[in-house]
Design a protein around this ligand. Structure first.
Ligand code: MG
Length: 159
């Protein structure tokens, strides 16, 4: 049995009046992520963790932001493509653990919807998907509400 671990990290700047989409769930807020895609920073971190586990590069290599076909794209589509690549290589996802760092709004009320959406897209049980949120106590770019960061760790098991 081959066990692989991967970690991912992503950051997006926040802009006024944009949609805020995290783990495929739209969160009501006055600001959203500035991005070529829908700016789902959490899904981007998860994609990089999955790719990293198999040393397959990163999301920017797979889906270049210079390519017009990815403009405004729903990041769940990118995640599904990454999961298909992992499956084709003969690996199953054991679990995903993701942390989103954002000062406002409170993400707690949306966490279970995010886990459910990820479970749907990735095709593993919700009990194997953890999404956590933290503020940074008003420190750094997240604390000043200039941006959002997300980290993710995944474990893959080779068939
Ligand atoms: Mg990104």
């Amino acid at each position: 049995m081959d066990i692989r671990v991967g970690c991912g990290y992503d950051v997006h700047a926040l802009g006024d009046g944009l949609r805020l989409v995290l783990c495929g769930v739209e969160v009501p807020h006055t600001k959203g992520c500035i991005a070529h895609s829908d700016g789902d920073v959490a899904i981007h971190a998860i994609c990089d963790a999955l790719l990293g586990a198999l040393a397959l590069g990163d999301i920017g290599k797979l889906f270049p932001d210079t390519d017009a076909k990815y403009k405004g794209i729903d990041s769940t589509i990118l995640l599904k493509e990454v999961v298909d690549i992992i499956s084709a290589k003969g690996y199953n996802i054991s679990n995903i653990d993701c942390t989103i760092a954002m000062q406002r709004p409170k993400l707690r009320p949306h966490i279970d919807a995010m886990r459910a959406r990820l479970s749907e897209v990735v095709g593993i049980d919700i009990e194997r998907i953890s999404v956590k949120a933290t503020t940074t106590e008003r420190l750094g770019f997240e604390g000043r509400e200039e941006g959002v960061s997300a980290t993710a760790v995944v474990l893959l098991i080779g068939a």
